[in-house]
Design a protein around this ligand. Structure first.
Ligand code: FUB
Length: 326
């Protein structure tokens, strides 16, 4: 039965979903979320409780119809290089092929980013034998620009291991910068034309304040934590992300996809649950924010549900702040 999906309601309730990456493919909204498991166990700052093993692709014809779950699109057991923890994915269309990008820990417990392909936006996706060479950390988001150049932005602190890559190789003992030093930024790299490798070494994105000064690591209301997303509006690139410990979705703007980005403000105030993670998509003539909270499980951090709400730009290109519970 067709049941319209109301804003700020879970788009599906039969499984736990999170980290929604939404795209318009073939005239519909396709959502590529994490599939949270209904497991109970110890929780820690390393994120071991996020033990996901597969991906389901969801789609919405329009907001008057219900959300379709296309079933399992990729499973951990079919990814040769991956050992555990299929975290936040994204998808892109190029070369008449759909690409699913996803992080997972390899057999050395190091997060890497893999890619899988399909002729259909709903999968199933066939993974490559190895992860993308030179990839690390979590939360890949792929932005395909109007000139067809594709960029992957990625990275996450703490369990996402970004701190451990500050010198270019994995240092399991590395800590983040001191509170008075510039915060770590997400990484960005242009993808090769076949979308399977990086065309260049990933570089760090700089996020600065209105005076051009770097946002500092101790500025937890504004500094980058995880969950990057790039979209373009009126010629400007928008980098939005989670502030982690302060639980907001915030954004910064630039005229260059690689930055520097100037911090602008908050998109979404804190949701129920520790994590917050989103995507921004235009469908027909409106813009939407897809996000998650933990309301479906009564607040269990690792049992989340994807929701959506409309996003509004002001005349000057800034974004109106959303409180999802008002
Ligand atoms: O879903 C696992 C992790 O939680 C994601 O990779 C982060 O962005 C956070 O949402």
């Amino acid at each position: 039965m067709n049941k319209p999906i109301k804003p700020n309601d879970p788009i599906v309730t039969h499984i736990y979903t999170a980290d929604p990456s939404a795209h318009v493919f073939e005239g519909k909204i396709y959502i590529y979320p994490s599939h949270d498991l209904d497991l109970d166990g110890p929780s820690n700052d390393n994120g071991d409780q996020y033990a996901m093993e597969d991906y389901h692709v969801l789609s919405i014809d329009n907001f008057k119809s219900s959300c379709i779950d296309h079933g399992e699109a990729l499973h951990l057991k079919d990814i040769p290089w991956a050992k555990q923890q299929l975290w936040a994915p994204d998808a892109a269309l190029k070369n008449n092929t759909y690409y699913l990008f996803f992080p997972a820990k390899d057999h050395d417990h190091i997060f890497r980013i893999g890619v899988a392909t399909s002729p259909s936006p709903s999968g199933p996706f066939t993974p490559q034998e190895t992860y993308i060479p030179g990839s690390f950390s979590i939360d890949p988001a792929v932005f395909v620009d109007e000139n067809d150049k594709a960029y992957m932005v990625f990275g996450g602190l703490w369990g996402g291991q970004l701190e451990k890559w500050q010198k270019g190789t994995f240092n399991p003992d590395a800590a983040g910068p001191a509170a008075t030093e510039p915060a770590l930024g997400p990484r960005i790299a242009e993808l090769s034309d076949d979308m399977l490798t990086f065309k260049e070494m990933p570089q760090e994105i700089s996020i600065v304040d209105e005076d051009g000064k770097p946002i500092l690591a101790g500025d937890e209301q504004r500094r980058y934590f995880e969950g990057p997303w790039i979209h373009k509006y009126n010629g400007y690139y928008y980098l939005s992300y989670s502030t982690g410990t302060t639980h907001c979705l915030v954004y910064a703007m630039s005229q260059n996809p690689k930055g520097p980005y100037v911090f602008k403000g908050t998109i979404l105030t804190p949701v129920v649950g520790w994590t917050t993670h989103h995507s921004i998509v235009q469908f027909e003539d409106k813009w939407y924010l897809f996000y998650h909270d933990s309301s479906l499980s009564g607040g269990v951090n690792h049992k989340r549900c994807v929701k959506y709400t409309e996003l509004t730009f002001n005349e000057d290109g800034t974004i109106q702040t959303i409180d999802p519970y008002k």
